[in-house]
Design a protein around this ligand. Structure first.
Ligand code: AMP
Ligand code: MN
Ligand code: MN
Length: 329
């Protein structure tokens, strides 16, 4: 794992990354599956920048952008079928390991192409030939801002909107402990470049479907507390009649707000006996390690994993690991 850099300074993309970006003609940029605002914001920002450099980037994600992110300029260009494109480079964004690229990365088709990784997860396994990983940054979109500086690309309104969306969503509206003065400086610069902070807040953090509110309600009825860990469950049957909604977005952070809680987890049961676990913790904890040990990853205070097995057993396993972490901290 990487040591953290000074958060008051711009991060520096490695020279070989800049060279590879200048050299490619048609790069395939991949955002992680079940994409969040940082995945989509970074994907689109990098797409706009490479387009500006005269490249023909293909933008891909296994899952479509959620409705709350479709206002982002270029989001209609994101595809989940790249078989017809002859690409010459792969760039994974906001992804800590190769499984996060989901079905877009084709080991047969893509294995001989250069793979570049641009990410800010402390658990990044450096799965590219070139890995630019900055765990001290609040969002991969913040690295995109530094990349624009390094490439001397002028930030227009579209680029600024994509970057600011990634930063706003990954910091939950500048509330996380990686929200440094520099994060706010960059946010101000992006607003000056034309991004509307208010519009981004309204579209992302302040907008939920009625189905999501109902799912929160059902999941909140399951909430329990055990030795510093607060947890809630979102099972398959609880989602019946909610129009295909899967994740109770935002719920893990909300239940962590219980002042007794040091860590929080929400269990989302998926089809085919898989369970997605979303972790949050208060400063002083490190749940990235817990998630990584369970095959996932993330940040010290926000992490996750997806485990195969039955819901009751997985809950028991994950809760025991989290309680152990909280008691030892
Ligand atoms: P979430 O709770 O889904 O918002 O995820 C919190 C953080 O954990 C994000 O930074 C994710 O990128 C990371 N994360 C979630 N699930 C996984 C996973 N299966 N593998 C690696 N990282 C994950
Ligand atoms: Mn992400
Ligand atoms: Mn991120």
């Amino acid at each position: 794992m990487k040591t953290l850099t000074d958060p008051s300074l711009p991060t520096q993309p490695p020279a070989e990354l800049l060279e590879a970006l200048n050299y490619c003609r048609r790069p395939l940029i991949i955002a992680h599956l079940a994409p969040d605002g940082d995945a989509i914001g970074s994907l689109l920002a990098l797409g706009h920048m490479l387009h500006r450099l005269g490249k023909d980037p293909i933008l891909a994600c296994q899952d479509p952008p959620p409705a709350s992110l479709r206002f982002l300029p270029g989001s209609d260009r994101i595809t989940n079928d790249v078989r017809d494109y002859a690409v010459d480079q792969i760039i994974a964004v906001d992804s800590s390991d190769p499984t996060r690229m989901g079905s877009i990365y084709d080991p047969g088709e893509h294995k001989n192409l250069p793979l570049l990784v641009i990410d800010h997860h402390v658990t990044n396994v450096a799965f590219g030939q070139i890995n630019w990983v900055e765990p001290a940054t609040a969002a991969t979109a913040q690295m995109m801002y530094d990349l624009a500086l390094a490439l001397d690309i002028e930030i227009d309104t579209d680029l600024a909107t994509c970057m600011l969306t990634g930063m706003v969503t990954d910091t939950r509206g500048f509330r996380t402990n990686n929200t440094t003065a520099r994060v706010l400086d960059i946010a101000a610069a992006l607003m000056q470049a034309g991004a509307s902070l208010n519009r981004i807040m309204e579209r992302t953090l302040n907008s939920h479907s009625f189905n999501l509110i109902q799912l929160w309600g059902r999941a909140l009825e399951t909430v329990e507390f055990d030795r510093g860990v607060i947890h809630a469950t979102n099972s398959l049957v609880m989602r019946e009649g909610l129009d295909g909604i899967v994740r109770p977005e935002g719920l893990t952070s909300f239940i962590l707000g219980a002042y007794e809680a040091k860590a929080a987890v929400v269990f989302t049961e998926l089809p085919e006996n898989k369970v997605e676990c979303s972790f949050r913790a208060r400063p002083g904890q490190n749940i990235a390690e817990v998630a990584f040990a369970l095959g996932g990853g993330g940040h010290p205070l926000a992490a996750g994993c997806t485990i195969s097995g039955m819901l009751p057993e997985i809950k028991e396993l994950v809760l025991s690991r989290l309680i152990e972490q909280v008691l030892s901290s």
